[in-house]
Design a protein around this ligand. Structure first.
Ligand SMILES: NC(=O)c1ccc[n+]([C@@H]2O[C@H](COP(=O)([O-])OP(=O)(O)OC[C@H]3O[C@@H](n4cnc5c(N)ncnc54)[C@H](O)[C@@H]3O)[C@@H](O)[C@H]2O)c1
Length: 457
């Protein structure tokens, strides 16, 4: 009796001292009645992708040019506030012998007229971040598919609005995350899917890119203004996109919680002060780190640093029980010896060293991505856009639309890859407490088994 009482007392004492969960819950809005998810959305093939571009600053003209190389497209309309940007892009289409597109410029609202046109089926948005979601919503309201530059949304409210609109209208809403199409990432994804890395338990991604020379080039300084006004990783998608595909996020696993922390702002405050503002207003830390846990018990680390002079780096590391891939600063694979069959055995390789250049080469050839035909690779390298990945992205978008296939990236990818900004800010504001990551599929994250590309027969 006495012994039982002591045990009971001990158990109660431990319970009383047990740390409380500090997980911050985030509300998932109920799916509106009559609406279904758009996982695997396949629609009728589109004969000709008739596209209207909005936003023709530094990024937009490259997209216009890339579409000139895609035969099943018609560039119907071009829009930018600035007249000369529209004129420059009209010149690009003329150079390629394309019919002259309609031009819209001169006001911040004129893009609506482009979205209202009956003869467009895709609106391609490359404006500043604050205008992405309102434009995409309006375009979908008017029955258009949308392709939106990164990040497509800047808050949970915007994310849910895009998810709901895509679901209710049953339209494609794709974020233009080009880094999932870079050559090393494509090969590595294929290697991961073939099991070369064993069970993948951890990945890393980043956007380390000093924007020193760009800050004053952005239209009305929108990018520095956004950094000044927001905490959290506000540009996470280049780092997160490729690793989410490797980890089958919302295709068998899902991101469950995140914890974010940031350094103090030094460079950001200096830039803000130099431009006549109160440096204390500047919000974004010079470096932000976000750590994510997944439902299956894996982890992801994502970093953001656009302030310091460290060299360009998207990290891109894949850590598996049987192998490892890393892209920066040098591309390398490391595999257990028994995983290396099929590759030339020039040396006594072991799992503690990266494989040799010859083995890298052999792996790259053997595990060439199924989407990367030799013709597409050659064309991508010729047309370019960050070495070719931008062209592969546009090619796949048009290929899937014209063949009536699900797109490589759906609105839930968009949601997951964009949510780090606001959720990270919540974590930082609460002493880096863990924050729940909503299931943007609202219950369907485990229905599709593994990431895959769609192909026409
Ligand atoms: N995926 C990538 O690798 C990559 C690279 C660079 C930029 N981006 C993204 O592309 C987008 C554009 O970036 P940028 O560097 O071209 O910026 P930018 O400032 O050079 O261009 C933005 C353009 O949008 C136009 N614009 C703004 N509001 C408008 C409105 N209401 N109506 C019509 N036009 C409007 C501006 O006139 C400007 O020409 C951003 O989302 C950025 O993050 C992506």
């Amino acid at each position: 009796m006495k012994k039982t009482a002591i045990i009971l007392f001990a158990v109660l004492s431990i319970a009383a001292c047990a740390p409380k969960s500090h997980l911050i819950h985030v509300k998932t809005p109920a799916r509106p009645a009559g609406q279904q998810d758009v996982l695997g959305l396949a629609l009728d093939p589109i004969d000709t992708v008739r596209v209207g571009f909005i936003g023709l600053g530094m990024r937009g003209p490259g997209a216009v040019e890339r579409f000139c190389y895609l035969p099943q497209t018609r560039i119907v309309a071009l829009c930018d506030v600035e007249d000369e940007n529209v004129a420059k892009c009209k010149a690009i289409t003329a150079k390629h012998g394309r019919p002259e597109p309609a031009g819209y410029s001169g006001s911040e609202e004129v893009w609506k007229q482009l979205c209202e046109r009956e003869d467009i089926n895709l609106v391609y948005i490359a404006t500043d971040w604050k205008t992405h979601t309102p434009m995409a919503l309006y375009a979908m309201e008017h029955g258009k598919h949308v392709a939106i530059e990164v990040p497509a949304a800047t808050s949970l409210e915007e994310i849910w609005a895009l998810v709901n609109m895509a679901e209710s209208k049953r339209l494609h809403c794709m974020m233009l995350e080009n880094c999932v199409y870079d050559f090393f990432e494509l090969t590595t994804l294929n290697m991961a899917q073939q099991g070369l890395f064993g069970e993948i338990i951890h990945t890393e991604g980043a956007y380390h890119h000093s924007l020193d020379e760009f800050w004053d080039e952005y239209w009305h300084s929108w990018r520095l203004d956004f950094n000044a006004g927001h905490k959290g990783d506000i540009y996470p998608t280049h780092g997160l996109g490729p690793v989410c595909q490797v980890m089958n996020i919302h295709r068998g696993d899902r991101m469950k919680t995140l914890t974010a922390m940031e350094t103090r702002s030094v460079v950001g405050k200096k830039l803000w002060k130099e431009r006549g503002h109160d440096p204390e207003e500047f919000q974004n830390g010079d470096e932000t780190m976000t750590m994510i846990t997944t439902e299956k018990g894996n982890t992801i680390l994502i970093e953001h640093d656009v302030m310091t002079p460290r060299p360009y780096n998207r990290m891109y590391q894949v850590v598996g029980t049987e192998g490892y891939a890393a892209k920066y600063p040098v591309q390398q694979y490391s595999l257990r010896p028994d995983r290396q069959e099929g590759a030339p055995d020039h040396e006594n390789l072991n799992s503690h060293r990266p494989v040799t250049k010859e083995v890298m080469q052999a792996l790259t050839e053997k595990y060439r991505s199924p989407i990367l035909t030799p013709e597409l690779e050659a064309m991508a390298k010729e047309v370019g856009g960050h070495g070719g990945m931008d062209f592969i992205m546009d090619y796949r978008l048009v290929y899937c639309l014209t063949n009536g296939l699900p797109l490589d990236m759906d609105v839930y990818d968009l949601a997951e890859w964009c949510c780090l900004g606001e959720l990270g800010a919540i974590s930082i504001a609460n002493g880096s407490a863990p924050v729940e990551i909503p299931d943007f599929t609202r219950g369907a994250w485990n229905r599709q088994k593994g990431f895959s590309y769609a192909f026409a027969d």
